[in-house]
Design a protein around this ligand. Structure first.
Ligand code: C5P
Length: 214
């Protein structure tokens, strides 16, 4: 168990970007990894704030849970909690794009093509990297289907992360997955076909170690 009790901020689930009041763009994230990390951190005696997009999971008892739906809501919740946290685990699958405008009324069906204009969402993790204070540590996730190590390592540097977790697309929504992790100073480590509970415990141990070097 880690000697220092930390305030850990975790984001989980896939955001919903609304097209109209009843339709949205989202992704296949189940939220399992983020919730497993929250449980592992609570078990290790840390304080946990879980900012969660909608999932079918029961939030772990003992966590401060902040439910959100959209990437904009998640961004506002992260901004509100970031200063008070020691570490951020940005597990959420934040939508990279959202509709350029959300219709206030339900869109009517027509027998013609419908073109949807999308615009990029703000990168929450990159914001956290830019606003990181001395002693704070942040970890991002990279779902990559090509050049997994090079792309994930680029994210580690570009977003000013302390740790990156890389996984192939098969990991999203799955019960077991293979993860690769890298901290700034160490080489890649692989957790082969681990359950999310087991990989969460292993990830947390590596994340905790980042606080031993200030
Ligand atoms: O650049 P990419 O989307 O692959 O980066 C993934 C990491 O960045 C994840 O940790 C995810 O939570 C975070 N992210 C974010 N805001 C976005 C997109 C991704 O915080 N708009």
């Amino acid at each position: 168990m880690h000697k220092k009790k930390l305030n850990i901020l975790i984001t989980a689930g896939g955001t919903r970007e609304y097209i109209d009041p009843v339709r949205f763009i989202s992704n296949a994230s189940s939220g399992r990894m983020g919730y497993a990390l929250a449980r592992a951190a609570l078990k290790a005696g840390h304080r946990v704030t879980l900012i969660t997009a909608p999932t079918a999971l029961k939030p772990p008892a003992g966590a401060t849970v902040v439910p959100v739906e959209t990437s904009a809501e998640m961004f506002a919740a992260v901004k509100a909690a970031f200063d008070r946290c020691d570490g951020l685990l940005m597990t959420a699958a934040v939508s990279d794009y959202r509709p350029a405008k959300t219709s206030t009324h339900k869109l009517k069906k027509h027998n013609t093509e419908l073109v949807l204009h999308l615009k990029p969402t703000p990168d929450i993790l990159a914001w956290a990297g830019r606003h990181k204070k001395h002693g704070q540590r942040i970890c991002g996730f990279a779902l990559e289907d090509r050049d997994i190590f090079a792309n994930a390592e680029q994210k580690l540097r570009r977003k000013k992360l302390d740790m990156v977790v890389a996984n192939p697309p098969g990991a999203i929504g799955a019960e077991r997955s293979t993860l690769h992790i890298k901290t700034r100073d160490d080489n890649w480590q692989t957790f082969e076909n681990f359950s999310k509970t087991r990989s969460a415990a292993a990830l947390l141990r590596h994340f905790e170690k980042l606080f031993d070097t200030q």
